[in-house]
Design a protein around this ligand. Structure first.
Ligand code: ADP
Length: 234
């Protein structure tokens, strides 16, 4: 088992008895450190359920999950501190950047480590390094409302990376962006994944970015199928 994401036979049943819904029916998935895979499926196929299980937001019914070299779920959570698990192992990127409007770009990125007790100056320095790497270093003192959509999403990626999590879960991260900006965001996610050896899952419907994935998992009716993608940046 490497430091990426490993999911074996994962099931999730909502409710009980006659009204039970089997949202995941035995999902297998593996994402290596440095790899960015697409997760695609129609509405109701189980994408959000899978992401919520991986993000330790809801508890699976059965199966096994490991993140960053440690088993996190097997017949129950392997830790009683799910907040620490989310904080240390997982970076989240959403469709909307959810930046805090009254903090500047640097402090939006530095907030998590500052709240965790790291010295402010050190957290800010680390945030600025990441912002530089994501090509938004020149906006470090701007307020979120002064940024374009693409810039805001890059700041959101910096925030997801600040604790150096082994895993990033991105839910429709490019939906509001035009083609050029969407591809730029995916290119940066790939670069960051390689640089920090992060395993990244991108849930998407976005036709613009689907050709960029080297591997795609299709989810249908609670089961996944793997497909080799094009791995192209048009
Ligand atoms: P997707 O994200 O692909 O649209 P979901 O994971 O949201 O799919 O849903 C998968 C299935 O699980 C659907 O049939 C949905 O109705 C059902 N479902 C999702 N959340 C719940 C819930 N909290 N309670 C009961 N059923 C749910």
């Amino acid at each position: 088992m490497d430091n990426g994401i490993h999911i074996e036979g994962l099931t999730k049943r909502y409710g009980q008895g006659q009204t039970a819904v089997d949202a995941l029916k035995g999902v297998d998935m593996a994402v290596a450190p440095g790899e960015v895979v697409g997760l695609i499926g129609p509405s109701g196929s189980g994408k959000s359920t899978l992401l919520k299980c991986l993000g330790a937001v809801i508890e699976p019914t059965a199966g096994r999950m490991s993140l960053g070299g440690a088993v996190i779920y097997e017949q129950g959570w392997k830790t009683s501190d799910l907040r620490a698990l989310r904080r240390d192992k997982i970076g989240f990127v959403f469709q909307a950047p959810y930046l805090i409007p009254f903090l500047d770009v640097t402090d939006n990125v530095a907030l998590l480590p500052m709240l965790a007790g790291r010295p402010n100056a050190e957290a800010r320095r680390q945030a600025r390094d990441l912002l530089d790497a994501l090509d938004v270093g020149h906006r470090a003192r701007a307020m979120p409302s002064q940024l374009s959509g693409g810039e805001q999403q890059r700041v959101a990626i910096a925030r997801a990376l600040i604790n150096r999590p082994p895993v990033i879960l991105a839910d429709e991260p490019t939906a509001p962006l035009d083609s050029e900006r969407a591809l730029a965001v995916i290119r940066l996610l790939n670069q960051m994944a390689q640089q920090f050896e992060t395993a990244v899952i991108v849930v998407t419907h976005d036709e613009k970015i689907i050709p960029t994935f080297k591997r795609i998992y299709h989810i249908r009716d609670g089961r996944t199928e793997e497909e080799t993608g094009q791995g192209l940046y048009p």
